[in-house]
Design a protein around this ligand. Structure first.
Ligand SMILES: [Cu+2]
Length: 141
């Protein structure tokens, strides 16, 4: 291979990298991020998640019992996670529930949630009792 060809090859690789990172950036700007949590041993892990407007937040039940992801009562709860919409009898073992953060979700807001079988709601600004978790909305980077 001549030096010229090697230079051309390197240029091609560099171009592909630039295009790919551009795609990645536009995907991020579009808000197609994904955040994951698991449910096991009557706990949400991680208990506190950080997401951005437009992100998909998915909980997967790896436990042996059904659980729910139920927003605490508050002014923002109507737009928060509510697994009953998809699974009225709870998220069964092996099932996943996905909530999409509203694209107009206020940055800095925290959705507190609980499992209505094994927990109790807080006042919308703090954890309730038993199985509880929270999703905090941060600014898109
Ligand atoms: Cu539960």
């Amino acid at each position: 291979m001549t030096t010229t060809r090697m230079r051309q090859g390197a240029l091609l690789v560099a171009s592909v990298v630039v295009v790919l990172s551009g795609l990645w950036l536009s995907t991020q700007a579009f808000g197609a991020g994904a955040v994951y949590a698991t449910i096991a041993s009557f706990q949400f892990t991680p208990r506190v998640m950080v997401a951005h407007p437009g992100d998909m937040v998915t909980w997967t039940n790896n436990d042996n019992y059904p659980h729910t992801v139920t927003s605490d009562p508050s002014t923002i709860s109507a737009f928060g996670p509510n697994s009953d919409v998809e699974y009225p009898n709870g998220i069964r073992p092996g099932q996943s529930y996905t909530w999409i953060v509203p694209v107009n979700a206020p940055v800095g807001v925290t959705w507190y949630y609980y499992c209505r079988f094994h927990g109790a709601p807080g006042d919308g600004t703090s954890f309730g009792q038993g199985m509880t978790g929270a999703v905090t909305i941060q600014q898109q980077q």
